[in-house]
Design a protein around this ligand. Sequence first.
Ligand code: ADP
Length: 411
Amino acid sequence: MSENMMNKAQKQMAERNEKIAENMEDVDHKIVVMSGKGGVGKSTVAANLATELASEGYDVGLMDCDMHGPSIPKIVGIDYDRRLTGTDSTIDPVTTEVGLKVISLGPLLPERDSPVVWRGPLKMRTIQQFLGDVEWGDLDYLIFDLPPGTGDEPLSIAQLVPDPSGSVIVTTPQDVALQTIRRSVNFAEEVDLPVLGIIENMSGFVCPHCGKTTELFGVGGGEKTAEAMNIPFLGRIPFDADVVKSADAGESYLKKYPDSGVTQAYNEIAEKVMREAQTAGSGVQSTPKGGASQEKAKDGIRKIAIPVAEGKLTAHFGHAAQFVLMHLRDGEVKDKELLTPPPHEPGVLPKWLGEMGVDVIIAGGMGQKALSLFEQNGIHVCTGAPSLPPEELVNRFLSGTLEAGENVCDH
Ligand code: ADP
């Protein structure tokens, strides 16, 4: 290549990078969804995670970087025959019913299910266009569905994502061997992607007749591996045949089955991913739409737990015979549950409350060790609260008037 041509190529590359940086400027958190191999449900997880975040009121985009057989349009339920629109230099994303902005090769292919046999450079060019030319606008989260595996192609694509908040690794119970996950972690390290955590998909089979869960391949492997590798475990999603049926029919599973175990799992996983992304990434606190900023932050809180005795907060956290669990939606109490904790043992309560997806605990007194265990699990604890009925405490907490005693609650 002559010097002139090289200068021209360098200039073009610099211009392209500048365009990408400009277009990505208003995206708070970029989350890359990856897997050690194909078929583990990576695209399904990326699509449903993005849909869940968008349904919660966040501004979310989903970029399908898996070009071999783009499955995203079907999973999020957008019309495959819909053509992309735009101008000479911009592309409009397709917006789903819940406001999720999606870009995929799907609508660009001549026919549904056409195989894509492109050379590598052309794929990279397409991804650069998705990053630089798509009208993403202001986004709280942009989710990337990477091609499967840890080879050159996903690596080159991951390298194109500017300032990623981190990666989410999807595995199945058959695939949780330390070595497989280690490969994914090494991959993430190579491209400077913090690992936000591991999701175990198709974990346990929910019987469509009786609703009972059967563990087909053992359970908890992903969690143990995550623990051994010091990586957050983001949760497990059960196997549910309706996930496949919905994708085949081009319908959004989450919309069709709002009360299923799978939907519940996505709900909890989305909360954890948000927490991890905010800690690992730019530190920007993304908040759902509507309301003043303080109220918005509270909209993100889904479950508040309070240790109770005789209908009021008990100061003896570790020995509380019961907990009230308040379910919130959009900053308002929607439901209340009275729960009996497992027998008292060190570390049991943080695990139990963490697994239930609790975001906040309102307590009287609590030891430093328990406090730090909760904070490590991303659960915020307000200590020194007065002995009042749980409804009153939650109302005060939500209106910002909860007066804490000894340890001031700084939420
Ligand atoms: P990948 O992107 O890892 O190749 P896909 O997302 O395409 O995987 O999923 C592979 C297959 O598994 C699809 O048929 C999908 O519908 C199915 N699948 C994904 N998650 C689940 C689940 N939790 N339960 C049942 N089937 C699932």
